[in-house]
Design a protein around this ligand. Structure first.
Ligand code: AOS
Ligand code: ZN
Ligand code: ZN
Ligand code: ZN
Length: 408
């Protein structure tokens, strides 16, 4: 019996004694799927500088090659989000075939409504009908691409807003947005979802047309069941209780997905769990609580959440940064699965504040390394995916790509 075997046996004993079904926890850990973003493999930076790294993918095909490494080593990243036009290709069938040959599928299609000169005063909210038309056409093109590559998610982040008071009518823009999004919504196939992201500022600095979850929620509610809210963990003002937003949207059956990343100040797009892993754990707590809800609709909403990573690796090597993020998500999910929800509920019923808080926090404090090792072993992936990547030689093998790969 090796050291890790005995650590695992101890872990199983400890958790079983707490009333946790470890086999069920393992099954949940194997089922988790986290989508990685094509743009996370490309060069990136801040508004001050985009740093060029050696070996960065030169096209969408090579981005998929890199994403395949992350999936091969972690086992939980089978799909890749695309961004149009950053990932524009002549033949999307060919791109999908390439993905399939790598054991991947193509995931959320992200339209780009912020990088054209035409969009200086906004896209879907622009007061100029010709620009709105152009923005709608782009969204329709993205739906068509989703159809071609068998993706069921259109993920909309809208950069629209104004920089100065009085610049445009806030209410007028709200009306235009509902009108343009209605046309987009009606073009969705029945199996498709429109996920609406929000952010309180940047690039607009006075008002943003979809500035918070309430605005995204209201829009999704007006559009219909196929529209839901996407929570990017970096898109809130300091101190915002993101877990509460998650719980609220789950309860309304309007939580569609996540863009995971971490932040210290604003939309920093740092590695998930690198700054505040406890927040991620508490988000999963709310999700697991909804999973266990008696209401089938809430349960299903929780089950259908699209977990995606949205990061911008400015100074760190991209592939290991992505692996680190995925591992951090898996770790916090594992910890949240150790929360004894019955114990929390019993404490809540007695209004035992410390007891309830303890039942949640206690789960966070366990070392889940032995558990994740066994899960990975059973999934047929390396026990330590990061080490396996560093030892694989892949980083060297992509050096001939040189500098000057894809960037936004
Ligand atoms: C922008 O701040 C949003 O987080 C977007 O989701 C994302 O960074 C980008 O638009 C890629 O689609
Ligand atoms: Zn400054
Ligand atoms: Zn995002
Ligand atoms: Zn963002």
């Amino acid at each position: 019996m090796s050291m890790s075997d005995s650590a695992y046996s101890l872990f199983v004993q400890q958790q079983t004694d707490r009333g946790i079904d470890v086999e069920q926890v393992k099954a949940r850990l194997k089922e988790l799927k986290v989508e990685t973003p094509s743009w996370g493999y490309g060069d990136s930076g801040t508004r001050f500088k985009v740093f060029k790294q050696v070996g960065v993918p030169r096209n969408p095909f090579e981005k998929l090659d890199d994403a395949a490494q992350v999936h091969r080593l972690t086992g939980i990243c089978p799909s890749v989000a695309l961004h149009i036009p950053w990932d524009k290709v002549d033949d999307y069938d060919q791109l999908q075939q390439h993905a399939a040959s790598l054991n991947l599928t193509l995931g959320a299609i992200n339209p780009n409504l912020f990088q054209d000169d035409d969009y200086i005063f906004g896209s879907l909210c622009n007061s100029n009908p010709a620009i709105r038309r152009r923005a709608v056409e782009h969204m329709l093109e993205c739906i068509e691409i989703a159809r071609t590559v068998n993706s069921s998610i259109i993920s909309l982040w809208l950069a629209d807003g104004t920089n100065y008071p009085g610049q445009d009518s806030i209410r007028g823009r709200k009306h235009r947005l509902l009108e343009t999004l209605t046309e987009v919504y009606q073009a969705l196939d029945p199996n498709m979802r429109l996920l609406i992201e929000y952010k309180f500022f940047e690039p607009a600095f006075y008002h943003t047309d979809l500035g918070d979850w309430g605005m995204a929620y209201n829009m999704a509610l007006k559009l219909g069941d196929q529209a839901q809210v996407l929570v990017d963990t970096g898109h809130h003002a300091q101190g915002t209780n993101v877990e509460q937003i998650v719980a609220y949207l789950l309860d309304e059956q309007k939580l569609g997905g996540f863009h995971f990343n971490n932040r210290k100040y604003a939309d920093d797009d740092l590695i998930v769990g690198s700054v505040n892993p406890y927040e991620l754990f508490l988000i999963f707590y709310q999700i697991l609580d909804a999973h266990a809800d008696a209401n089938k609709g809430i349960q299903q909403t929780a089950e259908n959440i699209a977990y995606m990573i949205d990061q911008s690796h400015c100074i760190e090597p991209k592939i290991p940064a992505m692996i680190r993020s995925v591992l951090n998500v898996h770790t916090q999910y594992a910890k949240a699965l150790l929360i004894n929800l019955d114990e929390v509920k019993a404490a809540q019923e007695k209004q035992d504040v410390l007891g309830a808080e303890n039942a949640v926090r206690e789960a966070f404090e366990f070392d889940v390394t032995p558990l994740l090792h066994v899960v990975r072993e059973e999934m047929g992936v390396p026990i330590n995916p990061m080490r396996a990547y560093l030892e694989s030689g892949y980083a060297d093998s992509i050096k001939p790509r040189g500098k000057g790969g894809a960037s936004w």
